[in-house]
Design a protein around this ligand. Structure first.
Ligand code: PMP
Length: 359
C-alpha cells in the first residue's frame, strides 16, 4: 500500500473551498464570553435534573420521527403559524440558510442581502456556486432603499435576506423601506428573526399577506444555543420544496426533546429575555455616558459600538478576561466597531469597567 501525496489527495476539493477559511470560533477558555449573543443563563439545577431524567428515558435506538413532528406542531402554535403555512426544522438556522441556497435555481441565480450582515448569507451562496450581492447600508446602518431596489432590479435575486433585526448592527430597519423591497423582489424574501426574543416587533403578523415571504427563527438566542434548533415558516408549497433538500433525520431526538422541554417552560426563558432587555437598557445608558464611544440603537441582545481604536480596546478587554467580537474588519462601514453581547447585570458591570480601562 502506498501513501499518497497530500496535494494529490486534496485535488478532489474545489479550488474555492481550498482557498476559504473555516467559520472562525474564538477560543474562550477561561474568559467571560460576551462574543456570540448567547443567553448567559443556564437552566436551574431543578430543571436541568428534570430534563436529564427525561432525556435518560428516551429510546435512542430509533431514528427521530414522532418528536420532530411534535416539535414542529408546538413551534407552529408558539409562533402562531398562519393557515396555509408550514414549518420546517433545521440544525440551527445556519442549516436552513444552507438548505435554501442548495434548493435554488442555478446557474446565474443570486442571493442578495444588506451589508454588513450575517456572514452565512454570503457563505451559503458561495458554497452553492450562486452569486452573492451585498448592498451596503447607510453610514448609520439603515437600509439604503434606492440602492436595494436598484440592486434587486439589476440582479433579480432568487433570495433577499432581511435580518429583522440585523447582526452585527443590532437594529430593526424601516418597515416602509422593507415593504418596498418585499414588493420589488422577484424571488423569495427571507426574514431572519434570530433575535426575535429581544425585538420590539416581528414580521410574523404580515407573512400571511404574501406567497413569497419566509420567516426564520432559532432557539439559540432564546437560551438553547448548544441545542441547535432553527425553524423556518413559509407557504406550504415553498417549504415543501426546501424540505426536499433537508437531510433526513437532521434533528436528533435529544435536541428535539430538549426543545420541547424548553417550550413547556417557556415562561422561564421569556423572563430571561425580559431581564436581558432591561440589561440592554442599562448598558445603553452606561455607554451614552462615555464620550469616546459611539453606540447604536439595539433590538437584539447585542450592542454595536465604535471606539477610537478597536484592536486596542478588544485586546484590552481580552487581557481583562472578557471576550467580545471585534467586527472592525468585517466591512468598511464597521471601521473601529466592536460588538458587545448583553450579559447578566454582573457581567455587564464587569464589561463596562473593562471597556473604560481599555479605551
Ligand atoms: N441569523 C442571524 C442573524 C444570526 O446572527 C445567527 C447566529 N449568530 C443565525 C442566524 C444562526 O443561528 P443558529 O444557527 O444558532 O440558529
Amino acid at each position: 500500500m502506498t501513501r499518497r501525496d497530500e496535494a494529490q489527495v486534496l485535488r478532489v476539493f474545489r479550488d474555492d473551498v481550498q482557498s476559504m477559511h473555516a467559520y472562525a470560533i474564538q477560543d474562550s477558555t477561561g474568559m467571560l464570553k460576551l462574543d456570540a449573543m448567547e443567553n448567559p443563563h443556564r437552566l436551574s439545577p431543578e430543571l436541568q435534573a428534570e430534563l436529564g431524567s427525561r432525556l435518560g428515558a428516551m429510546a435512542l435506538n430509533r431514528y427521530p420521527a414522532d418528536q420532530t413532528n411534535t416539535l414542529r406542531r408546538k413551534l407552529g402554535e408558539y409562533a402562531s403559524l398562519p393557515a396555509g403555512f408550514d414549518l420546517m426544522l433545521g440544525n440551527g438556522s445556519d442549516e436552513l440558510i444552507s438548505l435554501l441556497a442548495m434548493a435554488c435555481d442555478i446557474p446565474g441565480a443570486s442571493i442578495l442581502a444588506p451589508e454588513p450582515g450575517f456572514v452565512m448569507y454570503g457563505m451559503s451562496a458561495k458554497l452553492q456556486g450562486l452569486g452573492y450581492v451585498g448592498v451596503p447600508l447607510t453610514a448609520d446602518f439603515e437600509l439604503d432603499g434606492p440602492a436595494m431596489l436598484a440592486a434587486i432590479e439589476k440582479h433579480q435575486p432568487a433570495i433577499v435576506y432581511i435580518a429583522y433585526p440585523n447582526n452585527p448592527t443590532a437594529n430593526l430597519w424601516d418597515d416602509e423601506v422593507i415593504e418596498r423591497i418585499v414588493q420589488a423582489a422577484p424571488g423569495l424574501v427571507v426574514f431572519d428573526e434570530a433575535y426575535q426574543p429581544f425585538a420590539s416587533r416581528s414580521y410574523i403578523d404580515r407573512i400571511a399577506r404574501h406567497s413569497h415571504v419566509l420567516l426564520m427563527r432559532t432557539m439559540s438566542k432564546f437560551g438553547l444555543a448548544g441545542v441547535r434548533i432553527g425553524y423556518m415558516i413559509g407557504p406550504k408549497a415553498v417549504i415543501a420544496q426546501v424540505d426536499k433538500v433537508r437531510p433526513p433525520y437532521n434533528i436528533s431526538v435529544l435536541n428535539c426533546e430538549t426543545a420541547l422541554f424548553a417550550l413547556e417552560h417557556e415562561a422561564v426563558f421569556a423572563q430571561q429575555a425580559q431581564q436581558l432587555r432591561e440589561q440592554r437598557t442599562w448598558l445603553q445608558a452606561a455607554l451614552a455616558e462615555m464620550p469616546a464611544v459611539k453606540s447604536w440603537p439595539s433590538d437584539a441582545n447585542m450592542i454595536l459600538v465604535r471606539v477610537p481604536d478597536a484592536a486596542k480596546t478588544f485586546e484590552g478587554l481580552k487581557s481583562r478576561g472578557i471576550l467580545i467580537k471585534n467586527v472592525s474588519r468585517m466591512h468598511p462601514l464597521l471601521a473601529n466597531c466592536l460588538r458587545l453581547t448583553v450579559g447578566t447585570a454582573q457581567e455587564n458591570t464587569q464589561m463596562m469597567a473593562a471597556l473604560r480601562d481599555s479605551l
